[in-house]
Design a binder for this molecule. Structure first.
Ligand SMILES: Cc1cc2nc3c(=O)[nH]c(=O)nc-3n(C[C@H](O)[C@H](O)[C@H](O)COP(=O)(O)OP(=O)(O)OC[C@H]3O[C@@H](n4cnc5c(N)ncnc54)[C@H](O)[C@@H]3O)c2cc1C
Length: 412
């Protein structure tokens, strides 16, 4: 397979990394990197942080300058949407009608915003934050806005709220569950972040369901909650999660169930097609082998490296430890491992100081560690978990326990 043309569908974090890793490992065949966005591959995380805030320019978002793709013979097709996969003919059809042949096809199509079926969802002033074009629109509207309602208290909603409060805007976050980031972080971490945002002036409504976005002359005016409360708004950010882009794969007969189903080498049921990044559901060794779909730069990049290795003849099962970060104003949250389903959360360090970690256990087994402004803990936790080492709850809680030594100890 080594020299067959590789077609990468989706030019985000995973697609870019795959093309770069293939060349880094000496792959000589043709590489086509196809993306429907109009620009060269760029980093998404700053969209809800420094780029939105105007602290960095577009040049710092770009993964690489144009010359990189020329020098590495990576054929980048920007602004190009793929509309069909023909598995029998081993081609993809571009929206223009043109067909492109592949030896191996890698689906790196990512995910798209989940759009709620709310009356008024199409009003002017209802925004999203997933890609560059949406960020530009949001940034312009943010400058002019006064009262903002954010629907969904996940990472994106909270990061956006921090930027908006920094600009003096009134921000009200509506959240269906009873706490922030409830899908992914422990209760102590949730409470700490909610309190920190509250101190900056963000208002929250928990257990609150938006049922209607009402407008005036086509422009958003307020958000109505299930109880009848009306929250005035001239800008609404909808940030209630994403849906994986699996339709092309499904239409081509591949299995899709909250992501394109792949095996431990990230191959679909078709030996000529892999799937990586946000769009892929893979058997995760850090989740007892359950099909898992993650939304993280680490996952996208490590998936890509794993597939690049396979293509150059060094196949291996994917086993990288998941990790993630979020920046909300001055707070940096870093998560090592997957903490979903934990039954015990053990704080390490002084929560009040704003620099602490939470060790998350299930049945006494360490699943993952959330670190808030404690980057050393995060680094140690990653080493620990990647090596399959354990720290007991009482060790985790003991400030005199040497986490570094535990993380770097030689296996006995
Ligand atoms: C605002 C924001 C902030 C984030 N912050 C963090 C963070 O702090 N830390 C972290 O770890 N992760 C963060 N993430 C998540 C991270 O960016 C994603 O996990 C990562 O981008 C996934 O990479 P990917 O290549 O799988 O998908 P994407 O980067 O989404 O790329 C997929 C690309 O494929 C394109 N595409 C889809 N279908 C087609 C088609 N049919 N034809 C052509 N092109 C197509 C899409 O338009 C897109 O450009 C953030 C995400 C967002 C949106």
């Amino acid at each position: 397979m080594a020299q067959q043309p590789i077609v990468i569908l989706g030019a985000g974090h995973a697609g870019f990394q795959l093309a770069a890793s293939l060349r880094q490992h000496g792959f000589e065949g043709a590489i086509a990197l196809i993306g429907d966005e109009a620009v060269l591959p760029y980093q998404r995380p700053p969209l809800s942080k420094d780029y939105l805030d105007g602290k960095i320019g577009f040049d710092l978002l770009l993964m690489r300058p144009e010359a990189f793709y020329r020098d590495h013979r990576i054929d980048t097709l920007t602004g190009t949407r793929v509309s069909e996969i023909d598995r029998a003919g081993k081609t993809v059809r571009l929206a223009s009608g043109e067909r492109l042949g592949y030896g191996h096809l890698v689906l790196a199509t990512g995910a798209r915003n989940r759009v709620p079926a709310l009356p008024g969802i199409d009003l002017d002033g209802v925004c999203y934050l997933r890609n560059l074009a949406e960020t530009h629109e949001l940034r312009d509207r943010l400058a002019a806005a006064d009262r903002i309602v954010v629907i969904g208290a996940g990472f994106i909603g909270l990061e956006f709220a921090a930027v908006a409060r920094g600009k003096g805007k009134h921000v009200h976050i509506v959240e269906l569950t009873d706490r922030v980031m409830s899908r992914v972080v422990s209760v102590p971490t949730s409470h700490f972040f909610a309190e920190a945002h509250r101190r900056t002036g963000v208002e929250f409504g928990f257990g609150a369901q938006a049922v209607r976005i009402a407008g005036h002359n086509g422009q958003v005016d307020h958000v109505e909650l299930a109880g009848g409360e009306r929250l005035p708004a001239d800008l609404v950010l909808v940030s209630i999660g994403v849906v994986p882009n699996g339709e092309l794969a499904a239409a081509a007969g591949l299995e899709v169930a909250n992501g394109i189903i792949v095996n431990e080498e990230l191959l679909t049921a078709d030996v000529n097609i892999s799937a990586i990044g946000d769009c892929a559901a893979f058997p995760c060794v850090h989740a007892e082998g359950h099909p898992t779909r993650l939304e993280a730069v680490q996952n996208a990049a490590d998936h890509a490296r794993c597939v690049a290795d396979r293509i150059v003849g060094k196949p291996r099962p994917y086993a990288a430890l998941p990790w993630f970060w979020s920046e909300q104003g001055p707070l940096r949250l870093q998560i090592a491992g997957l903490t979903t389903g934990h039954d015990q959360a053990v704080p390490r360090g002084d929560v009040e100081s704003g620099e602490f970690s939470v060790f998350c256990y299930r049945g006494g087994t360490l699943l993952g560690v959330e670190s808030i402004n404690r980057p050393a803990d995060h680094a140690h936790a990653r080493r620990l978990l990647a090596a399959g080492r354990q720290v007991t709850p009482s060790e985790a809680a003991d400030p005199s326990f040497d986490l570094r030594a535990a993380a770097t100890a030689r296996p006995s």
